[in-house]
Design a protein around this ligand. Structure first.
Ligand code: FES
Length: 245
């Protein structure tokens, strides 16, 4: 992406809210702190955990897995175990719309500050929108259901890691079915145990992982406990990782 692209309306994101976006096919997170917006790559530089649900405080986001913190403005790693910065993107607001562009792009004066959600400032700089069709979401082609689409959806779900076992939910065998109805995805999945404390986090991250895809508007995640999960649902790779032979 060489120019700015629309990613959200200002009114979509309340103060201190956030939205998962995609920038150049890379998952990113748009965070609003008060009246400022920040965009960072949504992948922890320590071990790839999505930062989507990480707590935000003092201008930094904390990785929900091992606790690394990243400055939302610069992307720099503020504490161990991360030692590398995460990529950041420039953010621009125009006519109540939020645009994200390449890091380091020149921003016109007063580009980032938003005075209120009701009356965002009008920035008159000429910011080209790379792809109005894509950014509006109105003309993103929905792929035909088929093997390629199934693989894409499964790959997206593989980004979700069970925080107890540190293995992705697909290789753990937690995902029972994935179905598409146009731009809505229906997932049936389970947990390693009904009392799994990570359940809400896994469900939320699964939803976010799918909704990051450009051709997905909504993902509905249904937890089912029948049939119950058993270790033999795991792939050999997952078993290897957990030392089960
Ligand atoms: S994966 Fe983020 S701190 Fe380890």
């Amino acid at each position: 992406m060489s120019t700015f692209e629309r990613v959200a309306a200002v009114t979509e994101i309340p103060p201190n809210g956030r939205k998962s976006i995609v920038v150049d096919d890379v998952p990113a997170l748009l965070v609003r702190i008060g009246n400022e917006f920040f965009a960072v790559e949504d992948v922890c530089s320590h071990d790839g955990q999505p930062l989507t649900d990480g707590p935000v405080a003092d201008g930094a986001i904390t990785c929900p897995r091992h606790g690394a913190r990243f400055d939302l403005k610069t992307g720099s790693a503020l504490c161990m175990p991360a030692t590398r910065a995460i990529p950041t993107f420039a953010v621009q607001v125009r006519d109540g719309e939020v645009f994200v562009g390449p890091a380091g792009a020149e921003l016109p004066p007063a580009a980032v500050a938003v005075t209120s959600t009701a009356a965002p400032p009008v920035v008159t700089a000429d910011i080209p929108v790379v792809s109005a069709m894509v950014s509006s979401g109105d003309h993103v082609p929905t792929p035909e259901p088929g093997a390629d689409d199934d693989i894409r959806l499964i790959e997206a779900l593989k980004q979700v890691i069970d925080p107890e076992l540190m293995v992705n939910i697909v290789d753990l065998g937690l995902v029972y079915s994935v179905n598409r109805d146009d731009k809505k995805i229906y997932v049936e999945m389970t947990l390693t145990s009904p009392a799994c404390p990570a359940g809400p986090q896994i469900v939320q991250q699964s939803k976010m992982a799918l909704e990051r895809l450009r051709d997905v508007d909504e993902a509905e995640i249904k937890l089912v406990m029948s049939p119950p999960w058993t270790p033999d649902r795991m792939t050999d790779e997952a078993k290897d990782m957990l030392g089960i032979f």
